[in-house]
Ligand binder design. Structure first.
Ligand SMILES: Nc1ncnc2c1ncn2[C@@H]1O[C@H](COP(=O)(O)OP(=O)(O)OP(=O)(O)O)[C@@H](O)[C@H]1O
Ligand SMILES: [Mg+2]
Length: 159
């Protein structure tokens, strides 16, 4: 696990942009954290870094948004997904084939998600704008990127 800290929403967006440099088609990012933690902020910085110009908003009511950048960015919100049957309705394996996918509240539907992913767990820090981001590579593909991830995130690593 890589533990990082940011002290502004732009800091979280910048960290996410750094993570975006490492992804390839088919990758999955699982975003975990309470309401207002910064999961959408992370997705905004990430999508912008991949050339998405349109505003990225929470897909709470649509369940999934798809943005076109240098790579397709799929943005899901599993907050309201209660049954795994519903998760299957999201057709995640099909989504993952095209571009990179970020799932807010991904821990709600973890059994429906591929085992290989990057988990980003966001919690509140001491100050109003402080956030702790714990990044955990799951599965061989992300584990193989652990070192590059640590290097890329050097500016934010909590010491
Ligand atoms: N360091 C920070 N990182 C991210 N967001 C921050 C930070 N400091 C303050 N904020 C604020 O916290 C809020 C994060 O909101 P955001 O919509 O990204 O949360 P979320 O985790 O997606 O919540 P939800 O579960 O409701 O979708 C924003 O209002 C943002 O401006
Ligand atoms: Mg959100």
């Amino acid at each position: 696990m890589i533990v990082c800290a940011t002290d502004s929403v732009d800091g979280t967006r910048a960290l996410a942009a750094a993570v975006a440099e490492l992804v390839v088609e088919g990758d999955l990012i699982v975003l975990v954290g309470d309401l207002g933690a910064g999961k959408t902020a992370f997705t905004q910085g990430f999508a912008r870094a991949l050339g998405v110009d349109e505003p990225v908003t929470s897909p709470t009511f649509t369940l999934a948004n798809r943005y076109r950048g240098s790579m397709t960015v799929n943005h899901l919100d599993a907050y309201r997904v209660e049954a795994l049957g519903e998760a299957e309705d999201l057709a995640i394996p099909e989504l993952l084939e095209d571009g990179v996918t970020l799932v807010e509240w991904g821990d709600n539907i973890l059994p429906a998600l591929p085992a290989g992913h990057l988990e980003v767990r966001i919690t509140l820090g001491d100050g109003d704008d402080d956030r702790i981001l714990e990044l955990t590579p799951a599965g061989p593909v992300w584990q193989a990127r652990s070192r590059s991830l640590t290097e890329t995130l050097d500016a934010w690593v909590a010491r």
